[in-house]
Design a protein around this ligand. Structure first.
Ligand code: SAH
Ligand code: SF4
Ligand code: F3S
Length: 471
């Protein structure tokens, strides 16, 4: 069966569950962990459930169906899931709540074994390659009152046409590719998300056009390695249909830049090794493409980068930054850093601090290395003791905060274009929006500005946000 027919079949299951739910209008609650790709998957899960007439509630206790969309990139997510399952046990005993767990963690056998053994009350386990089959799996749980497990380990296919219920009506994420072929030695993602495969240009462009028609202003293109969009297809002669001249990431940026109504385009994550000149040029030439580029460094030492299988050296990374700064006016950068990778010496760690010092990032996402079963990093013998990892992390955090404080000062007195996102969380008399560089800005203003691009003069900085006034 082709993927289109598979989705048609699932739509019939959606109808069947809708009929069951018609009278009771049951409630669901969803708990999402992990990256924006997972958040985008959760929006699809919500889309399917709402077509089945489930109503969303925040609190687990009020729900008839609880769904977890899990992440396994670092260890702390596991503790979180098991903690929540412990809480849910009693609730399930009282009201028969259906519990379903999906996402990346479900592609790890040692985790599903543990769930089956220690949390046998869970009704449904589904993986990253079977998300589209949620309607059928859920129907079987409801109809047969029988536990379901639907996890497969494959390279992965692309499914189009799933319903989607988006969290925002201003900003939308659009997944452009699934999976990863890079196998960085610390990372579990390639094992749980399968091989890299890109969506057809036409499907992406039509989705963005539809979003623009519905009033969305900002699009974030998602993938584990966005700047290798369509690379595997080109290299392995896997057929794809060129549409509006799109046959690479750079050409995709140009095509989306032309879509009327869209004001901003962001993308995460590109890989430094794939940052070709055509992509740099596209960022410069496309007026809607934000000039904030997330450029994950991971580590500053060339030796550690080699052990991480990142395929660039410290010098190559710095050279790329220099070139991008020269070619893209108003460029800003953010990055990801891992501290305490096996074999990292104090000298190696200093190389990380050195790059942070030299580049001057807008934002640095910092992680302590977490051993992941099945990755080469986990088998390396020279693991770093926890206390050293934590000391390095604290030192890095201090440097990053100092640099961000310094950098924030440069905003004061400047005029920034802001996309207004809504009321601010803690004060309903103020609005919140973001700069091109993704900094949160808070200011006084009227609700009618929500969803608009406006100019704001920055008055003060408060570490994680800026305050300003409309001009
Ligand atoms: N594909 C993206 C990142 C996906 S995971 C990229 O290459 O940039 C997001 C971040 O989590 C990574 O950039 C890395 O910094 C961090 N990460 C991944 N595996 C990790 C591990 N085992 N321990 C700690 N941090 C990890
Ligand atoms: Fe993980 Fe590396 Fe792939 Fe990113 S590029 S998902 S860090 S293996
Ligand atoms: Fe986590 Fe899966 Fe994303 S492991 S980081 S949710 S791809």
């Amino acid at each position: 069966m082709n993927t289109k027919n598979e989705i048609e079949e699932q739509k019939q299951y959606i109808q069947k569950i809708k009929e069951i739910n018609q009278v009771q209008k049951p409630k669901y609650s969803i708990f999402t962990m992990g990256c924006q790709l997972n958040e985008n998957d959760s929006e699809k899960i919500c889309g399917m459930l709402e077509e089945m007439e489930y109503k969303k509630v925040e609190n687990f206790k009020d729900a008839d169906l609880v769904i977890f969309n899990t992440c396994c990139v670092r260890e702390n997510a596991e503790d979180k899931l098991f903690g929540k399952l412990g809480e849910l046990k009693k609730i399930k005993e009282e009201k028969g709540t259906i519990i379903a767990i999906g996402g990346c963690m479900m592609q790890e056998k040692h985790i599903t074994d543990k769930i089956k053994e220690s949390y046998p009350f869970v009704d449904l386990l589904f993986g990253t390659h079977t998300l589209h089959k949620l309607p059928e799996d859920l129907y079987n749980v409801l109809d047969q009152k029988h536990k379901q497990e639907d996890i497969i380990d494959i390279e992965g296919k692309i499914y189009e046409g799933l319903p989607i219920k988006r969290d925002s009506n201003i900003k939308a994420s659009v997944t452009i590719m699934n999976g990863c072929n890079n196998f960085c030695s610390y990372c579990i993602v390639p094992y749980v998300r399968g091989r890299e495969r890109s969506r057809e240009p036409k499907d992406i462009i039509e989705e963005v056009k539809e979003l623009a028609k519905n009033g969305y202003k900002e699009i974030t293109l998602l993938g584990q390695n966005v700047n290798s969009y369509l690379r595997v297809e080109r290299e392995k002669n896997i057929p794809f249909e060129e549409y509006q001249g799109v046959n690479s990431f750079a050409t995709l940026l140009y095509a989306i830049n032309k879509i009327e109504g869209i004001e901003r385009i962001r993308f995460i994550s590109p890989h430094p090794k794939d940052f070709t000149d055509d992509v740099i040029k596209a960022i410069r030439e496309c007026d809607k493409v934000c000039k904030l580029v997330h450029l994950p460094l991971q580590a500053g030492s060339t030796k550690v980068l080699k052990d991480m299988n990142r395929k660039y050296t410290k010098e190559q990374y710095l050279h790329l930054v220099k070139k991008m700064k020269e070619e893209i006016p108003n460029l800003t950068l953010s990055t990801d850093i891992i501290v305490g990778f096996p074999g990292e010496t104090d000298e190696d760690f200093k190389d990380t601090l050195d790059v942070i010092e030299k580049v001057g990032y807008e934002q640095v996402y910092m992680f302590i290395y977490s051993r992941r079963v099945g990755t080469p990093g986990d088998k390396m013998e020279n693991q770093i003791p926890d206390d050293i990892k934590h000391k390095r992390f604290d030192r890095l955090k201090q440097l990053v905060e100092n640099k961000i404080y310094e950098n924030n000062q440069n905003y004061i007195g400047t005029t920034q274009k802001i996309l207004v996102e809504g009321k601010s969380k803690n004060n309903e008399h103020t609005l919140t929006g973001r700069t091109d560089s993704n900094k949160v800005v808070i200011f006084e203003g009227n609700d009618s500005l929500i969803g608009k691009m406006i100019s704001i003069k920055i008055l003060s900085q408060h570490m994680w946000y800026l305050k300003g006034e409309i001009i």
